[in-house]
Design a protein around this ligand. Structure first.
Ligand SMILES: NC(=O)c1ccc[n+]([C@@H]2O[C@H](COP(=O)([O-])OP(=O)(O)OC[C@H]3O[C@@H](n4cnc5c(N)ncnc54)[C@H](OP(=O)(O)O)[C@@H]3O)[C@@H](O)[C@H]2O)c1
Length: 335
């Protein structure tokens, strides 16, 4: 496992981050702990959770494992924003909810500091300055080492960066966006912002929750059995099926399967390797339900696709540039 600097900081993280969204949901505690052990044994030091994953259970499972580790060897990331209770202040990015959220996450994780505290999504009702000044205070108090952001649009991210700079507050050091061969919208606005401003990128769902593992095939009219999507029930999977079960997806998967066969790697390893080497990406957050899946996904590092194979995957998954303003502006640069 290689290590990369996260954004413009001096913090070194493993090139794969272990996501823990399955912990306490489809993965029991004993398997979760074995996965954490295996990840660290493979050289991983970067672990991502969130208060909302199984309503605190994921953090608790990580916390009970952490109790037997050398805390300072690990980079622990968690998040705040989504609902943790029925009360009006149990959700959002207000000062009150963030301060309650950080205390609760520290308690569940059994640690006295978080390495990376991320806002999980934009909150349109809380003034951005209230959120950012509160996060700045958490870094100054030592409860949090760095702050990050997930699920913002381009203008929201740039505004946050500029506001923090204007006030001299601690900046966001990284973005956690959806990014994989099927979802490349990041590249329109968010990627150039991160590259210009020096934020690291830690993509979530790099396999799109399993679509890029080879088990979703062109001839299917519903998700394969015992997958995350199938377990969501028809009401749960029909929206995702409508969004992804189309010609673009199947032709990306055809290319992925062909490239994987050439490399002798699995489709999942191939798809992860592509994300890992995209410009701007620091560390994809790998998810797994079982130890075997994790074992396979750890094989995404230590090798590289050939330039021609990368180009085929990139071309097959290219999204057409929306004409306005993107196509128009890029045409004007040529003039
Ligand atoms: N910031 C956010 O809003 C956000 C949102 C989502 C996730 N995340 C973070 O990103 C992490 C990863 O997300 P994700 O779990 O969606 O990632 P993912 O890697 O795209 O999907 C993981 C799922 O794909 C299937 N899978 C994985 N490896 C496989 C393999 N080798 N062979 C066959 N199937 C395999 C499993 O589902 P099956 O049950 O179908 O086997 C597994 O649970 C999460 O743990 C969390 O930390 C963040």
């Amino acid at each position: 496992m290689n290590y990369r600097y996260l954004g413009k900081t001096g913090l070194k993280v493993s090139e794969l981050c272990l996501g823990t969204m399955t912990f306490g949901r489809e993965t029991d505690e004993a398997t979760s702990h074995r996965m954490l052990d295996r990840f660290v044994e493979a050289g991983g030091n970067f672990i991502d959770t969130a208060d909302v994953y199984s309503q605190g259970t994921s953090e608790e499972i990580v916390g009970r494992w952490l109790a037997n580790q050398t805390r300072d060897d690990l980079v622990i990331a968690t998040k705040v924003r989504f609902g943790m209770g029925a009360g009006p202040n149990d959700i959002g990015l207000s000062r009150k909810h963030i301060l309650a959220g950080v205390e609760a996450s520290l308690r569940r994780l059994g640690t006295d500091y978080l390495d990376l505290y991320q806002v999980h999504c934009w909150d349109k009702r809380t003034p951005l300055a209230e959120t950012l000044s509160t996060l700045d205070g958490l870094v100054k108090s030592g409860q949090v080492r760095y702050i990050g952001v997930s699920n913002f649009t381009g203008w929201q991210l740039q505004k946050a960066i500029d506001l923090s700079m204007h006030h001299g507050w601690e900046p966001f050091i990284c973005l956690q966006p959806l990014y994989n061969l099927l979802d490349r919208q990041l590249e329109l606005e968010l990627l150039p912002i991160c590259q210009n401003e020096g934020l690291g990128i830690i993509p979530w769902s790099p396999l799109r929750g399993g679509w890029l593992t080879g088990k979703y095939r062109r001839d299917m009219d519903r998700p394969p059995q015992a997958t995350r999507l199938e377990k969501a029930g028809e009401k749960g999977w029909s929206e995702a099926w409508e969004r992804y079960a189309n010609d673009r997806t199947w032709s990306i998967i055809d290319t992925l399967l062909a490239v994987a066969e050439e490399t002798g790697k699995t489709p999942a390893q191939t798809a992860l390797n592509w994300v890992l080497h995209r410009p701007g990406v620091t560390a994809p957050i790998i998810g797994a339900r079982t130890l075997e899946q994790l074992e396979g996904n750890l094989g995404a590092v230590g090798w590289s696709l050939m330039a021609e194979q990368t180009a085929r995957l990139t071309e097959a998954s290219e999204l057409p540039l929306p004409y306005y303003p993107y196509g128009f502006v890029s045409g004007a640069q040529r003039d």
